[in-house]
Design a binder for this molecule. Structure first.
Ligand code: FMN
Length: 234
């Protein structure tokens, strides 16, 4: 199989929510997971577990949780309104595509749940005295960077799916009802779920991805340093 270039994958791996019901071969899922575990994690902890759900009853349970959690999310989106960088058409397309998944999460042949166990902190009393006072600060720091040790793996999953001709998207709505999901899948107390990713052969097409231009989001040296737009990199 000829491999897709990394930039081609990055520029075209859009959120694909409409998926065919056809089964996805296990060796493809294995390859996706093998790409996921190449991701960086703080201290190389690799404290992740990826739950691959194919069982129809369990998928139905996940779909139900996702559906109800999405009711909360859609109320939030509606109250917040369209972000200024999106046209009304782009916003409606995103909302419509999102709404499709509320009712169809369960139909994805595979639902992948990336999980992460709590990061390991030393006991305060084992720290040198001059660092003990900063223990709460360290806890806050660990909390703030927690997602940074699982979301790179999620992005690898997105890109690997793209390269293998599969469709997926990161979703997080279910976290609003995470307790239910943890009970459904038997996930231990000190483990959290960071995404719910439907995976299957896509009905829609890949990319291109529309984003705010670099000149709008990059700064030179300082917050107030304008980015002089150069030639297009593509
Ligand atoms: C942290 C995060 C949470 C997201 N949660 C959801 C979600 O719950 N449901 C959903 O359909 N899409 C979700 N998305 C996907 C975004 O809607 C999508 O990445 C964005 O609209 C860009 O889509 P595009 O890559 O197709 O242009 C999430 C994305 C991120 C990064």
């Amino acid at each position: 199989m000829s491999e897709l270039g990394v930039f081609e994958a990055i520029y075209t791996a859009r959120a694909l929510r409409k998926l065919k019901p056809d089964p996805v071969p296990e060796d493809l899922i294995e390859r996706v997971l093998d790409a996921a575990i190449r991701a960086p994690s703080a201290g190389n902890a690799q404290n992740w577990i990826f739950i691959v759900v194919r069982d129809p009853a369990t998928r139905a349970g996940l779909g139900d949780i996702y559906r109800r959690a999405s009711d909360i999310a859609s109320a939030m989106y509606a109250a917040r309104g369209r972000p200024p960088h999106m046209t009304e058409e782009q916003f409606q397309r995103m909302m419509g595509s999102g709404a499709y998944l509320w009712d169809h999460m369960r139909d994805a042949p595979v639902i992948l749940i990336p999980c992460q166990s709590a990061p390991r902190l030393p006991r305060r009393e084992d720290l040198p005295p001059q660092f003990q006072a900063g223990f709460e600060e360290e806890q806050r720091y660990m909390q703030q960077i927690r997602g940074a040790s699982i979301y790179p793996a999620v992005q690898n999953i997105i890109l690997a799916c793209r390269a293998l001709g599969l469709g997926t998207t990161i979703t997080t709505n279910h976290i609003r009802l995470e307790r239910e999901l943890k009970d459904l899948l038997g996930i231990p107390e000190d483990v959290h779920t960071f995404a719910m990713m439907p995976i299957g052969y896509p009905l829609g097409r890949y990319g291109p991805l529309a984003r705010k231009p670099v000149a709008e989001v990059a700064r030179r040296d300082r917050w107030d340093g304008a980015w002089a737009a150069g030639p297009s990199p593509r």
